[in-house]
Every structure is written in C-alpha cells, then in structure tokens.
Design a protein around this ligand. Structure first.
Ligand code: GDP
Ligand code: MG
Length: 163
C-alpha cells in the first residue's frame, strides 16, 4: 500500500487534516497500549482505492534545530518509506522561518511532493500570505480548509494522480 506523509511545522493543521482524511479509523491505530511513537498512522479509503496516511506530528518540530533533529534514524526511515509527501503550510498566517527551513530540507529529498495551503476559508484569507508561500518554490499550492472540509476532494484526487 502506498504511504503518504503529512509534513509541516507546528500548528499548520497536520492533525486536523489527518483526522479529516482518516476520520473514525484513527482511534484504531492510535490506541495501542504501551506503544509510544511520535507519529500516527491511518488509512484513507476513497472510491475503492486506498493509501496509508502518516501524521508526522512532533518529528519535524524542533525549533532549535529543525534540520539536524530530522536526521534521526526514525525520521529518515519514515521519509524513505513515503511514496508521497504532503507539504502543509498555513495559508492564512503565512510563512515562518520553520517553513523556509523545512522547504530547503524537503527540496533535497528526492520525493514526490504535494504542496498544500491550509486554513484557506476564502481567497481573501490567502491573499496576504500568497507571496511568501509562492516564494517557498513549490509552485501554486492546493488550497484547502481541513477544519471546514473545503477542497478535500481536490486534494485526494491530486494525491491519487501522483501516487
Ligand atoms: P498541527 O500542529 O500541524 O498538527 O496543527 P493542528 O491540526 O493541531 O491545528 C493547529 C490549529 O489550527 C488548531 O487550533 C486548529 O483548530 C487550527 N486549524 C486547523 N485547520 C484549520 C483550518 O482549515 N482553518 C482554520 N481556520 N484553522 C485550522
Ligand atoms: Mg499535530
């Protein structure tokens, strides 16, 4: 089964998107007693097709040195296993240094990336952040609102097209 990783700095909405895509299935993989891990795995089923989705949670969240911490074995292993990365940014609050650092890191991975701006409940909300988001160098993001369920179908279609 194909594996898709959600990657982004803290607070961009990774877990909200994960829950939106995986829905009720999350509890099954989350509630394993005695198992501690820094990421969450679920399954997305869509029109007879399926993929495994990973919320990378805290793995990419070290404000001190986000890149060096990422070199941890588990993280590299996880990235290696990903068939596709969802690089999630905040389309409303905009870009931070953590986004830029993550961008540089992701660019060096030879991975298929779907670039997504979350929290875009309206075009107006995206407008202020747009320039900085384009400057990250991943092109035009798919604009979604994970919390409000906007353009989730568009995102899923793109994921299956790229897998
Ligand atoms: P994570 O740290 O990347 O996992 O981000 P979370 O999923 O925990 O979300 C961080 C915050 O952003 C929470 O307060 C969410 O309610 C909020 N949030 C997530 N998605 C959206 C969205 O689509 N629109 C808006 N307006 N807020 C969102
Ligand atoms: Mg989270």
């Amino acid at each position: 089964m194909a594996t898709v990783l959600i990657i982004g700095r803290p607070n961009v909405g990774k877990s909200t998107l994960f829950n939106r895509l995986v829905g009720g299935r999350k509890a099954i993989v989350d509630d394993i007693p005695g198992v501690t891990r820094d990421f969450t795995v679920g399954r997305v089923n869509w029109q007879q097709k399926t993929f495994q989705l990973v919320d990378t949670c805290g793995l990419f969240e070290n404000p001190e040195n986000i890149v060096e911490e990422k070199m941890k074995e588990v993280t590299l292993e996880l990235l290696g296993e990903g068939d596709l990365l969802i690089f999630l940014v905040d389309g409303r609050q905009g870009v931070t240094s953590a986004d830029i650092e993550l961008s540089d890191y992701l660019r060096r991975q030879k991975k298929e990336i779907v670039f997504v701006a979350n929290k875009v409940e309206s075009e107006g909300a995206f407008y202020t952040a747009a320039n900085d988001i384009y400057a990250l160098g991943f092109g035009d993001p798919i604009k979604i609102s994970a919390a409000h369920g906007l353009n989730i179908d568009g995102l899923i279609d793109e994921i299956f097209e790229r897998l």
